[in-house]
Design a protein. Structure first.
Length: 304
């Protein structure tokens, strides 16, 4: 199974029972994609719960950063009156297992009492924002490290190290995304970056996801996992994932022989209350168990 996503280590450790739960980080799919593949309830939050002195955005959290009672949202009652948005214009155009699973999930929510509303939602982020930010933010992070055995101080250094270290398996495991970022020739400190950033905010807000939510008065927008992360990433909106690929789904593999789709491999879905109702209606995560379960505990190895 291909665990997919930069937080896939957190997902694998949770699904194998090495941890009750695990943290991950996401810009564009790093939490929800592993959750999809590993049969987990995955949540990409909209913001940190509480104030972080190193993150000025957290100063804007209401009630001085007081942590909300998220458990209060876990109600089994019917979502009567809830409005879910179906953005028809950005759905996959070809019939697929993912799309079939998506429409099945919508029918489950409708049967539980939610109303489906077809709407239009634009999603056209400019990758320059992510690339230029990556150059600056990686350098800032590396500068905070107290020990740097390989003297990697920038994205260019990281690329050179990766391409020359045999264990990194370059070029089979390539640096294409890093190459694209470095090819820009600038980071997020120049005026041209600001112009693209403002365009992204417009595409995600006034002309995108936030506008679609407000204009259609919906509580959540429902999308396949393959489409949801990028739409959400522009404005940092939250995502909640839950669903399985149905029986009879074809088995698909990567060139490395890792499974990407198969019967009962989980697929997508959003937001805590609606997602909890959906889970209680279907109990999908109880319908399949891991093929392999570890029998050795950490304590057996490290002596506690």
């Amino acid at each position: 199974m291909d665990p997919e996503g930069s937080s896939s280590g957190s997902g694998v450790s949770s699904v194998l029972g090495l941890a009750l739960a695990a943290l991950g980080t996401e810009t564009d799919g790093s939490i929800v994609c592993p959750s999809q593949r590993e049969n987990l309830a995955g949540v990409k939050p909209a913001a940190v719960a509480g104030y972080d002195p190193k993150d000025n955005y957290t100063k804007a959290i209401p009630d001085c950063g007081k942590i909300p009672d998220y458990l209060a949202a876990l109600e089994v009652n019917s979502p009567n009156g809830a409005r879910i948005g179906v953005p028809y214009n950005i759905l996959p155009t070809a019939n697929s297992t993912d799309l079939a699973s998506y429409y099945n999930a919508i029918e489950v929510m409708k049967a539980a009492g939610a109303a489906a509303n077809f709407l239009n939602a634009n999603a056209s982020p400019n990758p320059i924002v992510l690339q230029a930010d990556f150059i600056s933010n990686l350098a800032s992070y590396l500068a905070e490290l107290k020990y740097m055995p390989n003297n990697v101080k920038s994205l260019a250094d990281a690329r050179e190290f990766t391409q020359t270290l045999a264990s990194e398996e370059y070029p089979d495991r390539d640096t294409a995304i890093w190459n694209s970022a470095l090819a820009l020739g600038y980071n997020n400190s120049v005026p041209r970056f600001w112009e693209v950033l403002q365009q992204n905010y417009y595409n995600g807000g006034e002309a995108g996801l936030l506008d679609a939510i407000e204009r259609n008065n919906v509580d959540a927008i429902i999308l396949p996992t393959t489409r949801a992360p990028t739409l959400s990433a522009i404005m940092g909106t939250p995502i909640r994932r839950l669903r399985f690929y149905p029986d009879g789904a074809p088995v698909a593999m990567t060139t490395r022989g890792l499974v990407t789709t198969a019967p009962n491999v989980p697929s997508p879905r959003p937001l805590i209350k609606l997602a909890y109702v959906f889970e209680q209606e279907t109990m999908v995560r109880n319908k399949v168990q891991p093929y392999l379960v570890p029998t050795t505990e950490f304590g057996d190895i490290v002596g506690f």
